[in-house]
Design a protein around this ligand. Structure first.
Ligand code: ZN
Length: 118
């Protein structure tokens, strides 16, 4: 497994798209880029990390739907947890969870920032 410094998830591959997106993001903000570090699964779990969504596509919790989420430079695979309708603006918003770098991010996104994923 691979982890990067800080972060809350572990990856199966060092070339994971979520991991690379995190590094691009860090570079853009002038932050130091840390090379992914290979670690045994047991250690990653002992550090309290969860599985990266794109690296572990078979891990889909009940009621969650696979989706694409617009990232800064690419569409990222993630999971749609629930939909909410915004009554004032008559738009749908989704609560989604996805991985960027070694962070697991759960946030609300607008419908236009989401696509179904098969
Ligand atoms: Zn990954």
């Amino acid at each position: 497994m691979y982890t990067s410094k800080g972060g809350s998830v572990f990856h199966r591959s060092a070339s994971c798209e979520a991991l690379l997106e995190g590094q691009r993001k860090a570079a853009r903000f002038g932050q130091q880029i840390h090379e992914p570090r290979p670690v045994p699964l047991r250690q990653a779990q002992a550090e309290g990390r969860g599985a990266c969504i794109p690296c572990f596509p078979n891990f889909v919790p009940a009621n969650a739907k696979p989706c694409w989420i617009r990232g800064e430079s690419t569409w990222l695979p993630g999971l749609l947890l629930e939909w909410h309708k915004d009554p004032a603006r008559k738009v749908w918003r989704g609560v989604v969870t996805y991985s960027v770098g070694s962070e697991q991010i759960t946030e609300v996104r607008e419908q236009k920032e989401l696509r179904p994923r098969r």
